[in-house]
Design a protein. Structure first.
Lengths: 112, 112
């Protein structure tokens, strides 16, 4: 059965800290891996990764995919209280159905 | 910025009522999705659509139904609401041949 596992489940840090969130997957016929940030309501898109070893970067956030070891990490440097959210990882298989498989998320709390 | 809308945002209804949750997007996306998410839990796909007159059930068994008569509109209907339907319902859409999904703000449903 296809699955996506995120770790840690929750994390509390202080402003200025650097955090690394993990996403491992077991999916038949991998197509792409996506990261989302979910605050109060809807998830917002952060990154999509399809190729191994190529880092995607946006400001203080960056992400990389390892297709051999079947995982991805999301790094956040110099964290701010506004980074507090649930970070979701999702994998899209190539089955043609466009059915995304989501992990349970990592709940990040950044203290001032 | 993604333009995907859901109404109502909050709904409290009694057991046995019929309800329709509305979802509309103005991006012309062919693919649309309904997810159910309980607090602190992962998103579960309950319905998806590849285009007009195309609907499929997702992985999570659901007593709801959907329709896709117009590209921009993907309503979800519960014929007879039960307390077990209490949850957050998220609608999403995605572009053809692209991976990222855009989510609506969600409907938080409480069935008493």
């Amino acid at each position: 059965e296809d699955k996506v596992v995120q770790s840690p489940l929750s994390l509390v840090v202080h402003e200025g800290d650097t955090v690394t969130l993990n996403c491992s997957y077991e999916v038949t016929n991998f197509r792409s891996l996506l990261w989302y940030k979910q605050e109060k309501k809807a998830p917002t898109f952060l990154f999509m990764l399809t190729s191994s070893g190529i880092e995607k970067k946006s400001g203080r956030l960056s992400s990389i995919l390892d297709k051999k070891e079947l995982f991805s990490i999301l790094n956040i440097t110099a964290t701010q209280t506004g980074d507090s959210a649930v970070y979701l990882c999702a994998v899209l298989p190539t089955s043609g159905t466009y059915k995304y498989i989501f992990g349970t998320g990592t709940r990040l709390k950044v203290l001032a | 910025e993604a333009d995907i809308y859901q109404t109502p945002r909050y709904l409290v209804i009694g057991t046995g009522k019929k309800i329709t949750l509305e979802c509309s997007q103005t991006m012309g996306h062919d693919k649309m999705y309904w997810y159910q998410q309980d607090p602190g839990m992962e998103l579960h796909l309950i319905h998806y659509s590849y285009g007009v007159n195309s609907t499929e059930k997702g992985d999570l068994s659901s007593e709801s139904t959907v329709s896709r008569i117009r590209t921009e509109h993907f309503p979800l209907t519960l014929e007879s609401a039960r307390p077990s339907h209490t949850s957050q319902y998220l609608c999403a859409s995605s572009e053809p041949h692209r991976g990222e999904q855009y989510f609506g703000p969600g409907t938080r449903l409480t069935v008493t």
